[in-house]
Design a binder for this molecule. Structure first.
Ligand code: SF4
Length: 378
């Protein structure tokens, strides 16, 4: 497919978040495939307790699908706007960085497609520097107030005990890498989960993220999935209180992006609607609609399997050896689960809940029959 070269894409800012599916929904009048996530490894040097793909992590792995096949598939997605590269730790092997990640990032640049890499930034700085000229967003997880926290959270699922001293070195390297890459101009977006460990210390975590020079702090509530499926679940009241406290104490100069929130403008509860209003009105704060199940597919670069998300229990909907990504997306549109969360309230800038959120907190709610208060008023 011939694409018009569009290198002059606008900067990523609170006003311009290319990963928000509501943009393409507004532009095309329906959800279309604009975002592809590529799982380039199942290897990782950490075993975080909240890991969304923890059950799929391995100690060894076979060969990947040839790069040419991957690029050919991406080339067939006409309205592709964003590519996310994920793992495991995508940079676990330097060869993956050299032979897959950098060429994919260069491809994205040549088409004016925005790119993100999900990393723990604990490996050699040189690996990340190789990507730096072509990468738009380096996304890291940051749920710690100290090296001791990092040790507890990051290695709890390891098959062998990891010494505090060893994890301490990784923690230091992550902080140093973040500082160095930020100084070099990379947009590092640090994501914190709101969970039973972090909900009352998010402001301290936030402060460290500011100190490391990150350009964005992403905050997502944690829901039961993969490694996290047996961890204590917070109540909606605890999530609301935690977000409110963070908004009160944050550094207003740092962009904060909230995602996968369990609060909607159609809520019957005044406290939910008040929080939604506040999130909308606060400067430098954005709420991203959930790409999973809306405009994004995930491709496993080992099997070729295509998923609607990388962490829900929906089985693969196709395979790149036999289907194009657009064909798989059409299959998802016909799936009963797709319809169950396919609501849209334009005045509230909302296009429905995440499947895990519904499963955790709103099993009996039919969102397709609800409307945001703003919609009823207009
Ligand atoms: S789009 Fe759906 S979830 Fe969002 S406010 Fe409207 S009805 Fe509620």
């Amino acid at each position: 497919m011939i694409h018009k070269l569009n290198p002059a894409v606008s900067a990523i800012t609170p006003q311009n978040d290319p990963w928000d599916p509501i943009r393409s929904l507004h532009r095309h009048g329906k959800h279309i495939l604009t975002s592809v996530e590529l799982t380039v490894t199942n290897l990782c040097n950490m075993r975080c307790e909240h890991c969304a793909v923890g059950e799929t992590l391995t100690m060894t792995e076979g060969p990947k699908i040839p790069l040419s096949k991957v690029l050919q598939q991406l080339d067939q997605v006409e309205h592709l706007e964003t590519i996310s590269i994920t793992g495991g730790e995508p940079s676990y092997h330097a060869a993956t960085v050299r032979d897959y990640i950098v060429p994919i990032l260069k491809y994205a640049r040549s088409r004016g497609i925005r790119s993100q890499l999900n990393s723990n930034l604990t490996l050699d700085l040189a690996r990340y520097e190789m990507m730096a000229p072509y990468l738009d967003v380096m996304h890291i997880s940051f749920n710690y107030t100290s090296a001791a926290d990092f040790h507890e959270v990051g290695f709890v699922r390891s098959s062998h005990p990891v010494k505090q001293q060893t994890s301490g070195k990784l923690y230091e390297r992550m902080v140093e890498n973040t500082l160095a890459l930020s100084r070099g101009g990379m947009l590092i977006s640090a994501e914190s989960m709101i969970n039973y460990r972090t909900h009352d210390k998010l402001s301290d975590i936030h402060r460290l993220i500011v100190e490391m020079g990150c350009m964005r702090h992403e905050v997502h509530p944690m829901y039961p999935s993969s490694f996290a499926s047996n961890l204590p679940v917070l109540s909606l009241d605890q999530f609301r209180a935690s977000i409110t406290k963070l908004l009160d104490e944050r550094d207003p100069s740092l962009w904060m992006l909230f995602g996968t929130l369990p609060f909607y403008a159609c809520s019957m509860l005044e406290e939910d609607r008040r929080l939604i209003r506040r999130l909308r009105e606060e400067p430098n704060v954005t709420v991203r609609n959930d790409p999973d199940g809306r405009n994004r597919l995930n491709v496993n670069l080992f099997t070729g399997d295509v998923y609607v998300t990388d962490f829900s229990d929906v089985p693969a909907l196709g395979n790149i050896h036999s289907d194009t990504l657009e064909q798989v997306f059409e299959r998802w549109e016909a799936h009963p689960l797709h319809g169950s969360v396919n609501c849209h309230c334009p005045a509230a800038q909302c296009c429905g809940p995440n499947l895990l959120v519904v499963d955790s907190y709103y099993k009996d709610v039919d969102f397709t029959t609800r409307k945001a208060a703003e919609e009823s008023a207009s």
